[in-house]
Design a protein around this ligand. Structure first.
Ligand code: TXA
Ligand code: MG
Length: 314
């Protein structure tokens, strides 16, 4: 594997690899993605192989502009228009009806997940390659998403090329919203807060909320265990290490300080930006258990709580 800086030469090499139907890891504003030509069955298969991702879990396709996004859709709902106008490029993924002529792209369902990333390197790569890039997070399936090139390297040492764009600014995955139904439905909480989406579309349904408009779709990738470190992660109200065997790491946030703990911000956006890096660090320190002080049960913490809940699942 080679890590290159995303200058003209680095981008040229990345485009070459993508055109040869292989994969390239690249930075986005959320987390690093493992990208492949979305139209190449061989390249997409390589993503699944490297990540050991189950074949039923479909991929997000990244494009450079709204026109390219519409080209992948069978129809373009009004809410997609409004949300794209407001939040693209940005950490929002829209699930829309899939253009019937498109096969593959990871799964054979009738929808497709699309976003325009707000990262200069990602956009330059999309433009220079002229390809829509299928890109999941560049980590082994179920493990912690990478927010640096170094994380990619450690999780997926067999990736041929990594464009190093520095640390990801959001540090947590995009918010995924299904706009195929009457009312938009949240499939995965993420970097873009629900409040921002409500300001544009009014109502947004939560994953398990009615009314069911036709076929209720869930996000196939939201398996219970996900985003998990190697160590056992436990969400706790109060940190109490008694009775735990082996080295213990503690993750807390400002105002709830614990001796010797990793302390993240009490602001949910800043907390999210540092969360995966902190979990990577604790894993590297070789702890057997990570005790995570539970963040507040408010909507602002929805995405962080979702990831922590999945990381803690057995
Ligand atoms: O921030 C992100 O979204 C990052 C960066 C690289 O863009 N990508 C990412 O991809 O998180 P991944 O593959 O780790 O997560 C994709 C999510 C999964 O939960 C998957 O099930 C869902 O999007 N998804 C993809 N296509 C879908 C579809 N057609 N319908 C419903 N959910 C879909
Ligand atoms: Mg992922």
């Amino acid at each position: 594997m080679t890590v290159v800086s995303p200058d003209a030469e680095g981008l040229r090499r990345a485009v070459e690899v993508l055109r040869a139907e292989s994969v390239v890891a690249f930075p986005t504003e959320t987390v690093y993605g493992l990208g492949a030509n979305a139209f190449s069955e061989r390249a997409v298969a390589e993503i699944y192989r490297l990540k050991r991702r189950p074949s039923w879990n479909p991929l997000i396709v990244h494009v450079a502009n709204v026109e390219a996004a519409r080209g992948l859709a069978e129809s373009w709902p009004g809410t997609a228009n409004e949300l794209a106008a407001q939040f693209w490029p940005g950490p929002l993924t829209l699930v829309v009806p899939r253009a019937r002529r498109l096969e593959g792209v990871g799964a054979s369902n009738d929808t497709i997940a699309i976003r325009i990333p707000a990262h200069e390197v990602a956009l330059r790569l999309l433009e220079a390659s002229g390809l829509p890039l299928a890109a999941p997070s560049a980590n082994r399936s179920e493990s912690i998403s990478p927010t640096t090139a170094e994380h990619v390297l450690r999780s997926l040492p067999d990736v041929p090329l990594v464009l190093d764009g520095g640390p990801a600014s959001w540090g947590i995955e995009s918010t995924v919203v299904d706009v195929t139904g009457e009312t938009p439905r949240l499939l995965r909480p993420g970097a873009l807060p629900l409040r921002a989406i409500r300001d544009v579309v009014g109502l947004i349904l939560l994953p398990d909320e009615g009314p069911a408009d036709g076929a209720v779709r869930s996000s196939p990738g939201m398996s219970r265990r996900h985003y998990a470190p190697r160590a056992t992660l436990r969400l706790v109200k109060e940190v109490d290490q008694t009775g735990l065997s082996g080295p213990v790491g503690v993750l807390t946030y400002e105002g709830a300080d614990v001796e010797g703990a990793e302390v993240l911000s009490a602001d949910p956006r800043e907390y999210a930006a540092d969360l995966y890096a902190a979990l990577h660090r604790l894993d590297d320190a070789g702890v057997a258990t990570i005790l995570v002080r539970e963040p507040p049960q408010t909507e602002d913490w929805l995405a962080v709580r979702d990831r922590l809940g999945r990381a803690a699942a057995k």
